[in-house]
Write a protein that binds this ligand. Sequence first.
Ligand code: CU
Length: 139
Amino acid sequence: MKRNTGLFIGIAVILAAGVIAVAVINSSNKDNNKSKPAPSQNSSNSTDNSNPVDATAVSIKNYMFDPMVIKVKAGTSVTWTNKDSVQHNVVADTASSDAPKGPLIGKGQTYSFKFNKAGTYSFHCMPHSYMHGTVIVTN
Ligand code: CU
C-alpha cells in the first residue's frame, strides 16, 4: 500500500511538471508571435499589393492587410476583420480625428471606421509595425 501511494505521488508530480512545462512553452510562443518578422514579400508581387482596390472590407491575415491598398468615396465606412489568432489593430500613421485609431481586436472581431474627408490614409498595426495598409479616400 505504502509503495503504491509513493508511486502515485511520483506520477502526480511528473504530470504536474508536464503541465507546467506546456504552460511555459505556450506563453513563450505567444511572445514569439509578437516579434514575428514580416512574411517575406516577393518584390515581383509588390505591384499587385499596392494597386488600389475598390473595397470596403479588409481582411487581416498572416500579419498582412488584404487588400493592402483600397480606394473608397468620402463618407464610406471601411471594416477590418481579424482572421489571425493574434490581436491586431488599425492605427493611422498620422494621428487625426479623420483617421482611424482602432483598439486591438482578436480573431473573428471587426473594426469599422468612416472616412469623411478625402485624402490618403496610411495605417499600420501597433504591435506589428511592419504591417502596413492604405485607404485612399476620394470625393
Ligand atoms: Cu498586428
